[in-house]
Design a protein around this ligand. Sequence first.
Ligand code: ACO
Length: 401
Amino acid sequence: GIDISSLRGETGVITLDRGFKNTGSCSSSITFLDGEKGILRYRGYSIESLAEGADFLEVAYLLIFGELPSKEQLHKFHTDIKGESHVDEDVKKILDGFPKSAHPMGVLSSLTSALIAFNPSSVNVNSEEDMYKAIVKIMGKFPVLVSWALRKNQGTPLNYGDNSLGYVENILKMMFKKPNEEYVQNQVVIDALDKLLILHADHEQNCSTSTVRLVGSSHAGLFASLSAGICALWGPLHGGANQAVIEMLEAIKADGGDTKKYMAKAKDKEDPFRLMGFGHRVYKNFDPRAKIIKVAAEEVLNDLGIDDPILDIAKGLAEEALSDPYFVDRKLYPNVDFYSGIIYRALGIPTEMFTVMFALGRLPGWIAQWKEMRELKEPIGRPRQIYTGENDRPFKTIENR
Ligand code: ACO
């Protein structure tokens, strides 16, 4: 029943590729990923070297502008961001309107969208300067919104930022400073968050990044594109997996720690349960980010003197999966989200905030991809379809149905 004429694309026959498993949507010089070999590079630099030697703001600069910054360039970027790190007091009224039970990802995407009304000049980007202004605005305001999402979730008063601090230090202080108490920075916590944010900063054409590009391709502004990307990231098959992993590990612990039972559930095709934090569309060997995070999780727990039984459950599950034919045959390995929640927990970040932390890390990647798309003057994204519905039916008025 398919009408052949509907299969004609602009330059030939339409291909159907559900989930875009083999379809490139753009050319890009930002992130290189080899799923077979487990390689991830930002602008040609290995993820291992960046996680080891750079801080998050340097990596953001690298992704967005293409080169590692000099000291002067980084200083200017940070100064410009700090100049934009205030959020209009009226946005707080919108925050006040949310119930405390609101999911922080819903709060974050709504407030990111609300920023457009307070910063209308960020929508029209007709020059390099307009683009730069929009970028530093969102790099400045996003951490504030992240901290607000946490404080709302916890029912605690909001904190103002502190421009004397580094980018990540300032985020931590806005998130965690208690009223009438000095906030004491902890280098282990700063380094761990820096590393996590770097590891999440870009991942080529994943679901949320493709969403940012698709929305941006209609020339909707940067903030609108980001807000849509945040919603895409929220789902448990994508960024929401980090929350789902901890919830799964907690459920296994509460159920007596029987990992074998959950392995069996994950393999049972009648059971919708999946081992959260396992598998990846592109990595079919290992996720290089997971390797780094696993080591970091052990270090952070050690340095902070935390004994979290959930890490043992996670390690047990990973060990079983790596020698189980079901997982081996399907090339299912722990992904970036499998261990990240364990670190977030150790840093005192509540489970519902995990995906917000992912969004904070992915922000420079989304910005870089949106910028590249606009600079390359990509056409509006508009996939085709294979129509499988009814063909040419005579209309009947409601009286005659
Ligand atoms: N647990 C059990 N079985 C799984 C899992 C899992 N976590 N992941 C995939 N499989 C199985 C599927 O059932 C399927 O089996 P079949 O061939 O017998 O039907 C096979 O492996 C292939 O899986 P697909 O869903 O077709 O793979 P796809 O590339 O579409 O999905 C995804 C990748 C979404 C990541 C998937 O592996 C998954 O749902 N994982 C759990 C959620 C998760 O951790 N998401 C985070 C991804 S990383 C990120 O976004 C940052």
